[in-house]
Design a protein around this ligand. Sequence first.
Ligand SMILES: [Zn+2]
Length: 136
Amino acid sequence: MNRKAALGACRVAGYHDDTRSFVRAYVENRISYTSAKTEWNRGAQMKKAGVVCDCFFCKRAAHQTKPTTMSMDYIRKTYDVPAKRGGRIKYTNGGTFYGTIASAKGGYLRVRWDEGGQRLVSLHPTWCVEYVGAQV
Ligand SMILES: [Zn+2]
C-alpha cells in the first residue's frame, strides 16, 4: 500500500468509525499519526455531512441495492403516491386497464398488464394511474 492509499484507508476507517483498520493502516504504512488522524477526521466529517462513502464495500452495496429501490423511492417521494413493487394499478386512458407494478425506471413505473403477457410498459406515476387498494 502506498502512502496515498494508506491515507485513503484512514479516511474510510474514519467514515466507518473503524479503529482497527485505522491503526493497521497507519502502523503498517509508516505514515505519521497526525496525517492519519487528519484523514480519519475527514472521513468522519464526510459521514456527518451525508456524503456517500466511496470505499469498495459501500460502492458494491450501493450498486446492489440502487436500481429498483432507489427509483421506486424517488417516485413515492416526488409524486406522493403509494407506488411499490407488486402494487396494483388501474390505468384509465382510452379504456380501463389493470396491471401490476414490476419495477421503476427513470421516474416511470414499469407495469405488466393483466392481459398483456410478460411485456412491460412505462407509465408516468400520476398520468391516468390509480393505485388500487393502496393507502397514501
Ligand atoms: Zn465505505
